[in-house]
Design a protein around this ligand. Sequence first.
Ligand SMILES: [Zn+2]
Length: 290
Amino acid sequence: MDLVTVFTKFPTQQACIDHLEEARWGDQPVCPFCGSDRVARKKENQRVGRWNCHKCRNSYNVLTGTIFKATRIPLQKWFVGIAILLNAKKSVSSLQLARDLDLTPPTAWRMGMQIRKAMVDDAVFLKGIVEADETYIGGKPRGKRKDDDDPPKRGRGTKKQPVIGALARGGKVIAEPSERVTGKTLKAFLASVVKADDSVLVTDEFSGYNRMGEWVPHMTINHAVAYAEGLIHTNTIEGFWSLVKRAIFGQHHHYSKAHTAAYIVEACYKYNNRNNADAFEQFLAGTVTI
Ligand SMILES: [Zn+2]
């Protein structure tokens, strides 16, 4: 959603609350503590949108249990912040967010991290032609890999963060930081996200992938010879890695390894919603819960 539309649709705190209630609950508000629908709107003027649960006797509002919980920032700024983050192909720095929303940099940083938390997409299962690859945030060794015989060594001794990923061509991507990149960690990750019966796995010839053929049809491309042989290539996921790196190093100049996971989550979420015109509404409706 573009920013003008966000401003126009959500001019007040009340408008934001009303919209969240509609998006999250529809006609039936549910207690976030016990799941009961025996609830009633609380008659109180000071705090907007307060509800009482008749079953567990808690009171709550639509922000309870979400990334907006206990926030003192007006919801309109949150909504605009979400739209900015969802729209930014290469992410947004917290300094930029602070300027755009008139927040202090630490507040903007926390807001950005809360929004990223809610970008977790937990139902990703890949099938079709699935490219798998790893990268090292901070730079991947270029050229011929001399240490292919000893996979755990790659990246070892450096401050680089290994990230492993899989991408269904024409579909979704899933990636996560990994302590080590070995046959074992690669298999554990890939077997949990790739639907083996309906997929062909494509990787390069890194020895960590040597035994993947035991559980899924597997094809490899020898990068020393060519980058693609017809459909056999890993160009799509390599393109994704370069997006990730451009986002991290283009925007987050104070990049720290501790936050890699959040930036990876953001990059995956955006890639997976690249054709979703309704991403803003779906974000509010479904994934604000933490
Ligand atoms: Zn309850």
